[in-house]
Ligand binder design. Structure first.
Ligand code: SF4
Ligand code: F3S
Length: 372
């Protein structure tokens, strides 16, 4: 991901740079951060000053909920780099409740959450990590005597917007994999009618999540999404379209086994089960761990972790995809989603694919599978 040129940042007011310096963030790091955000959001460089201003002026209350998850998404964010996601969230936004790192505990913490819901009704932002178990009356996940379902409905139902952080909150994730013993559902399914943005990934990419928050602070709304509720700037292109091994795919050069000559030479991982051709995410350009690497770069095929129901629909992870012809590099999830559903169904069984679709899409998916 290329940063914009420093001259694009010249008009950021001095007082803003000084204010961040006083918080321990050098002007260079702050400008680099703003620049990286405009690049991630695919905005012109002229937006750098506007983003800097919004970060300075706007404070919104935030409630961070954790349900049925491994805390990987929270960890991914809190361990982010740059002036950073963590600093942005914890120091700049008004965080009313975040179990993992808040000082308060027990009743005191719950009171803070309930107070924030009442006081900032319709104005606060919610970040949710984890799926919501609905089985046994919600008994699989309770917090202070309330089920995750009750908490989600109360907190997300009264928010300005909710960001489903990671695959579990977005689509149910691993807890919802067959046979889904806890009846796990996504946030959008748990709280119908709520404004929910899905940020799937296992874990979420901290840079993408930070960019969404910056977008909300700057424009007062969530970014444009695809039909699965994912922001287009991060999920608008397939892994396969931007993969650094793509030239090997096109040349028919494949690794046939882990550690073989092709694998050592960086050949395409398609035959080792890479699901990059049917996965929408910007991993090749944004990468993980401070932009250091991402699965395919590390020598492992993509397992499609940002797609609905990936644990069921993308497995076996090491079996190659069937040939799915006809996708140009300009394809989008909206255009080809149902075609992929049908193709994947042929390879992995219709049941898994149907379960990958949220309620609204299921009927259509069933129809496509039946007609094929
Ligand atoms: Fe990259 Fe996988 Fe596509 Fe090969 S199949 S080019 S490794 S995304
Ligand atoms: Fe997930 Fe594939 Fe990216 S496994 S992290 S979507 S490369």
């Amino acid at each position: 991901m290329k940063d914009h040129h420093p001259s694009d940042q010249a008009s950021v007011p001095e007082r803003i740079l000084e204010s961040w310096e006083a918080k321990g963030v050098s002007r260079r790091d702050f400008l680099k951060f703003c620049s990286a955000m405009t690049a991630t959001l695919a905005l012109p460089a002229t937006f750098v000053p506007r983003i800097a201003q919004a970060l300075e002026d706007t404070r919104i209350p935030v409630i961070w909920l954790e349900f049925q998850a491994c805390t990987g998404d929270t960890e991914a964010l809190l361990r982010g780099n740059q002036p950073t996601a963590a600093e942005l969230i914890l120091d700049h936004l008004s965080v009313e409740y975040i179990e993992t790192v808040m000082a308060a505990a027990g009743h005191q913490a719950e009171e803070a959450k309930n107070r924030a819901v009442e006081k900032y009704k319709g104005q606060y932002l919610v970040l949710v990590d984890g799926s919501v178990p609905t089985g046994e009356g919600g008994a699989y996940c309770t917090i202070a005597g309330e089920s995750a379902l009750e908490v989600a409905r109360k907190v997300c139902g009264n928010a300005a917007a909710t960001i489903a952080v990671g695959s579990c909150a977005s689509f149910g994730g691993v807890p919802a994999a067959a046979p889904n013993p806890t009846g796990a559902v996504s946030i959008a399914e748990a709280v119908p009618g709520a404004t929910v943005l899905n940020m799937p990934g296992c874990p979420v990419n901290a840079q993408n999540l930070t960019a969404v928050i910056v977008h909300f602070l700057t424009f007062g709304r969530l970014p444009a999404t695809d039909r699965l509720g994912r922001p287009l700037f991060a999920y608008g292109k397939r892994i396969h379209d931007n993969c650094e091994r793509r030239s090997h795919f096109d040349a028919g050069q494949y690794a046939e086994g882990f550690g073989d000559e092709g694998h050592r030479k960086g050949y395409c991982l398609y035959k080792l089960g890479c699901k990059g051709p049917e996965t929408f995410h910007n991993c090749p350009s944004v990468r993980y761990n401070e932009g250091q690497s991402w699965p395919v770069m590390a020598g492992h095929g993509c397992i499609g972790c940002s797609e609905p129901g990936f644990w069921d629909t993308m497995s076996p992870f090491y079996r190659r995809l069937p040939n799915v012809p006809g996708f140009g590099v300009e394809a989008t999830a909206d255009k080809i989603g149902l075609g992929l559903a049908a193709a994947t169904a042929l390879a992995f069984g219709a049941h898994g694919v149907a379960s990958a679709f949220r309620k609204g899409d299921k009927v259509e998916a069933d129809k496509v599978i039946k007609e094929d």
